[in-house]
Design a protein around this ligand. Structure first.
Ligand code: HEC
Ligand SMILES: [Cu+2]
Length: 350
């Protein structure tokens, strides 16, 4: 029988090799210096042991020596820093064309939803050879999404979307752990990532029962919660139109400009008074405790969809607070000039 000592988990994502190479570098480096120091200690103990005829020779400083023992560690730590930072940056920035999947952590399970509306619990099906971006949020305490075979690990926080991404390279079933102690059954908060051939994944998606795409579920909620009473693209609406909003810069009543991303939309729904859109009254009621985490994600997906459908993209003129591309540079100038120039007319009303 073959004896195997697995030092590392399997490598099943495109970054696994890179993470392992960096880790191996750190291990070899620290091993080398640990051994070097230990051997030098032994060597000097023997070489400079006390002998009756030997007298110690005093040395008073050496600039060359000090430069050398500063420059070498500095160089080594810069290699670690630059290499580590590059890898971290790569891991933090999902490619634009990634397949988007949403996950909600709760005591003590993982709930996932695919854009087509297919849901699963504690199992996540993904295809090989394509970047997958997972947007994660917790509905209670802090959890952590950890797939050792992919070498990814991301804290999953309440009230804030976190992202992680990976490109699966090998079919198979891989462990999914929650690696942040989250209560009594933390150790049971485990699951499986099932990596399939793209055609099998497509088949799996088709066989999954879905009530409709995430965006269409979001649209339904948008009507159910009465968002449509205020958010309409017509001029008489009391709320801003959400067409072409997603991912765009929005001007607020205090003249700040923020990007309408997932976190902004979530905050706008749960805590509407935190950021008031320029030109509108703070009349939107909070939906805290009314819309579930899944519901918020679906509504966001719907709002995102509204922007993609827009044939003439990013010209949301029914909501003048949403800025066009050509207006963005002027904002940057405005921000630069802040403090010594009078503020531009704001949408704040008495
Ligand atoms: C009573 C009317 C009203 C209702 C109902 C309402 N909103 Fe609003 N909403 C507003 C107003 C007014 C604003 C702009 C002022 C502000 O930022 O609070 C706004 C702002 C927003 C924004 C930020 C828009 C931007 O241009 O940056 C989002 C997103 C949003 N609402 C989503 C929703 C969703 C989703 C619902 C239903 C769950 C909803 N709203 C229900 C009135 C409403
Ligand atoms: Cu957990």
């Amino acid at each position: 029988m073959e004896f195997k000592l697995p030092l590392f988990p399997e490598q099943a994502s495109s970054v696994a090799g890179q993470v392992d190479a960096f880790y191996l570098f750190l291990v070899l480096l620290t091993t080398f210096f640990s051994l070097l120091i230990a051997l030098m200690i032994v060597f000097f103990i023997i070489k400079y042991r006390k002998r009756p005829d030997h007298k110690a020779e005093q040395i008073h400083g050496s600039t060359l020596l000090e430069i050398v023992w500063t420059a070498i560690p500095l160089g080594i730590s810069m290699i670690i820093f630059v290499w580590g930072a590059m890898l971290y940056y790569h891991l933090q920035n999902p490619p634009k064309d990634a397949l988007e999947i949403y996950g909600v952590g709760k005591q003590w399970m993982w709930k996932f939803q695919h854009p087509g509306g297919q849901r699963e619990i504690n199992t996540l099906h993904v295809p090989t050879g394509r970047p997958v971006k997972v947007t994660l949020i917790s509905q209670d305490v802090i959890h952590d999404f950890f797939v050792p075979a992919f070498r990814i690990k991301t804290d999953v926080l309440p009230n804030r979307y976190m992202h992680t991404w990976f490109t699966p390279t090998r079919e198979g079933n891989y462990h999914l752990f929650c690696s942040q102690y989250c209560g009594t059954n933390h150790s049971g908060m485990i699951g499986e990532v099932v990596v399939m051939k793209p055609e099998d994944y497509a088949e799996w998606l088709a066989s999954g029962k879905a009530e409709g795409s995430m965006a269409s579920m979001g649209e339904k909620l948008f009507q159910e919660f009465g968002c449509t009473t205020c958010h309409r693209p017509d001029a008489g609406a009391r709320g801003p139109s959400l067409l072409g909003l997603y991912g765009r810069p929005v001007r607020l009543s205090d003249n700040r400009v923020v990007i309408a991303d997932d976190n902004y939309i979530r905050e706008s729904i749960l805590n509407p008074n935190a950021k008031i859109v320029s030109g509108f009254q703070p009349i939107m009621p909070t939906f805290q405790g009314v819309v579930s985490e899944e519901g918020l994600i679906q509504i966001t997906e719907y709002i995102k969809h509204l922007s993609q459908q827009d044939s003439e993209p990013l010209t949301n003129r029914s909501n003048p607070a949403v800025l066009r591309d050509t207006e963005v540079p002027t904002i940057q100038q405005e921000l630069k000039g802040r403090g010594n120039e009078p503020a531009a007319p704001s949408g704040k009303k008495p």
